[in-house]
Design a protein around this ligand. Structure first.
Ligand code: T1G
Length: 683
């Protein structure tokens, strides 16, 4: 079936794009559309053109899968120039989302109409490039520099209403009337002698604040630090205000080619596709239909339970939330409402949506209320005995077809499932705190978990806006198991002469939002610590015994001011030096390079072991876990893609160089084999 069709409506040629799933401008689409435009140019019976699309959106832009290979003519810039050079009015009808090239082709048309729900934008910066089909030169000419900069540099789309306000869209039209209205608009414009042309609209560029670029750089500097694409986006828009259009376009093309062939864009495109690939389970095809889920039960109204419940309430599910004590239930419910109200204050929810979400919540003290839930998720204390007791009760209370899930971060889901008569309906749903914010969800498949239950979990993840990754059962699954490998080395480095600030700074410099000891202070050093049985056996225990239980206590590995800003702590460093002195290690200066290798290479090795054991389906899944759950900087692609980029032989050499200091790190055979063959984890 052709991906571009044409239809004559009197003196108007209607060109329709139909290239599921996102109407990407593939080579085939560009060829067919260019042919239609060429026909329109030579056929005198055609006095105007409408460009439209079928499906749920207008277009997700250029076909990203074609990047990395040589450009094929007509390129998208060439197609858009042909549209713009057509001596007849062209109206584009945006039936929904129009991103990247989808927005740029609209900029090449004379007139733009959109449905109310359309989101229009240039997200190229999010995959490490810039709008490479005229966006950086046309958009500022149409909407002005101040409006164009955030659209291009943040990559966030604007609503159809905002687009109309800033002149990016001429009219907003109801979906059912869009096609006819576009044809009528085109026919109306056919009689005019002059039509607006974005590339030659230089009037708007003139009236802008010359400081806007430096002001923008200053406001966004921290967020854009170390990223190639945003800097080039700003520079390209700045050149649009200084250079004639053709010279500006040449610079845009130069920047585009430089970025698209760079490591950062390759990494960000890997993350984009890996996140989507992670949603697929090998051996569980689309023929395995998800089970119907209408009512969800959550056990525990604490930080995790409340956050988990919010995901489902926001997505429109009824939720029964169980706690043992009324005061804990009330506290949890109040915190959920407070979180929703904070979201509403930021304009991301209306007051009505908050009331509707809270109205779907049934807080109870009795687990019997879970009897008719389709899915129950427990978020109780991380002790196997408690989990087993809860699942034994759930098995007796819940209806036979109910799915029972544990939010455990580490524990053996098979052992939990064995406490029920329905192990095929038991799995892990490991949310990350804060559960209503963090995108990652580890779906832990037990040995007995059925394909239907797995398919249901992946479908639910999509519906509540999570990025789901399937993990097999092992201690810590994918993310926490690799985190453990990193933390072991971080702790060992303290015994060899390093201090928390130096270790943390190495990861901050790599692009993580925080280092291991900052994370520990934030989470609280007293997780799992028992004041009644403590024995001063570890640095963490001694710090807890001194009341240094983390940021919440004003001090842990660091001291914290009233503003929660951290400063190195002499008290904590003294405890560390004392333990280091008693550890038998000679104190030595440790380089930042060694710290980075000792923290990250064992993580990569653990990821290779996870692949070897079949705990993760693919290396991209591991990258997806770490980018979405632990702050691995996406512009390096995740631990496995980063290792591929620097070279697995280099990773192996580093592990062997530090082997004497890492006796518990057993090098993966998969890593050895790939290093020897010049292979990559990500194909
Ligand atoms: N190219 C190729 N495949 C794409 C694609 C694209 N632009 N966008 C999505 N897909 C695939 C995706 O991998 C998945 O495949 C399926 O479509 C559904 O996607 C010159 C250079 C449009 C908001 O960065 O943001 O234009 O897993 O699950 O949730 O200046 O996709 O089914 O095999 O995400 O409804 C710029 C990227 C391109 C937008 C739809 N555009 N896409 O979200 O579906 S560069 C982007 C998205 C460009 C020009 C430049 C989203 C979406 P599979 P999905 P969705």
């Amino acid at each position: 079936m052709s991906k571009v069709t044409t239809q004559r409506e009197g003196n108007v040629l209607v060109v329709t794009l139909d290239n599921p799933p996102v109407n990407a401008f593939s080579t085939e689409v560009r060829n067919a559309m260019a042919a239609a435009i060429a026909d329109a140019a030579t056929d005198d019976a055609i006095e105007a053109v409408v460009i439209r699309a079928e499906g749920r959106m207008f277009s997700g832009g250029a076909d990203i899968t074609e990047f990395g290979s040589a450009p094929v003519h007509p390129t998208l810039p060439e197609l858009i120039d042909a549209i713009e050079d057509l001596p007849k009015p062209v109206v584009i009808a945006l039936n929904g989302t129009a991103l990247g090239g989808g927005c740029e082709i609209a900029l090449g048309c004379n007139y733009r109409i959109a449905v109310p729900g359309a989101k229009i934008g240039l997200p190229e910066v999010k995959i490490g490039i810039l709008p490479g089909a005229g966006g950086t030169q046309r958009l500022p000419r149409v909407v002005g520099v101040e409006e164009a900069l955030p659209i291009i540099v943040t990559g966030n789309p604007v609503s159809a209403q905002k687009a109309q306000e800033i002149g990016l869209v001429d009219r907003i039209v109801a979906p059912e009337a869009l096609r006819d209205e576009a044809i009528a608009f085109a026919r109306e414009m056919a009689g005019r002698a002059e039509h607006p042309v974005s590339s030659r609209r230089t009037d708007r560029i003139g009236d802008y604040d010359a400081n806007v670029f430096n002001t923008f750089r200053a406001e966004h500097g921290r967020r854009l630090k170390g990223l190639d694409a945003p800097a080039k986006c700003i520079e390209a828009v700045e050149l649009a205000t200084r250079l004639p259009y053709d010279e500006g376009i040449a610079k845009e093309r130069e920047f585009f080619m430089e970025l698209v062939n760079g490591d950062q864009s390759r990494a960000l495109r890997h993350v984009f596709f890996a996140e989507r690939q992670a949603g697929k389970i090998d051996g569980v095809g689309k023929d395995v239909l998800p089970l119907p889920i209408r009512k969800v039960g959550v056990i525990g109204a604490g930080t995790m339970g409340g956050g988990i419940a919010m995901n489902f309430l926001t997505a429109g599910y009824d939720v029964v939330m169980v706690e043992r004590q009324q005061d804990a239930l009330d506290r949890g419910t109040a915190i959920m409402r407070k979180n929703y109200e904070a979201t509403a204050r930021k304009g991301r929810m209306t007051a009505e949506q908050v009331e509707a979400a809270m109205g779907r919540l049934t807080p109870v003290l009795d687990m019997a209320a879970l009897a008719d839930c389709d899915l129950v998720i427990e978020a109780v204390f991380e002790l196997m005995a408690i989990k087993k007791d809860v699942f034994g009760q759930l098995d007796a209370i819940c209806k036979p077809e109910a799915i029972l899930a544990s939010n455990t971060s580490y524990l053996d889901v098979n052992a939990i499932a064995a406490c029920t008569s329905r192990p095929e309906q038991v799995l892990g749903l490991h949310f990350f705190s804060p559960a209503n914010i963090m995108r990652l969800l580890e779906v832990v498949r037990g040995d007995a978990t059925s394909p239907e239950v797995l398919a249901t979990a992946m479908d639910l993840a999509r519906k509540i806006g999570k990025v789901a990754v399937v993990s097999g059962v092992c201690h810590g699954f994918i993310g926490n198991r690799m985190l453990g490998a990193r933390q072991d080395q971080a702790n060992a480095l303290l015994m060899e002469g390093a201090l928390p600030a130096q270790v943390d700074q190495v990861l901050l410099g790599f692009g993580f939002p925080m280092g291991p000891f900052q994370m520990a202070d934030l989470a609280g050093l007293d997780i799992g610590w028992d004041p009644d049985t403590t024995s001063s056996a570890t640095v963490r225990e001694v710090l807890c015994e001194q009341g240094r239980r983390g940021q919440k206590a004003g001090g842990g590995f660091y001291d914290y001011g009233a503003d929660r800003q951290r400063t190195p702590s002499e008290a904590a460093n003294a405890v560390i030096r004392d333990f280091a002195a008693r550890s038998g290690n000679e104190k030595r200066e440790i380089t930042d390079d060694e710290i980075r290798e000792r923290l990250l290479y064992p993580m990569v090795n653990e990821g290779a072991l996870i692949l070897e054991e079949g705990v993760a389906q693919r290396a991209g899944d591991i990258d997806t876990v770490w980018v979405n759950g632990y702050g691995w900087p996406p512009h390096t692609g995740g631990p496995m893609f980063w290792a591929d980029t620097i070279g697995l032989d280099k990773v192996l050499a580093g592990l062997e160089r530090h082997a004497a200091r890492m006796p518990d790190v057993h090098v993966s055979q998969l890593l050895r084999d790939k290093a020897a063959s010049g292979g990559r984890f990500n194909g």
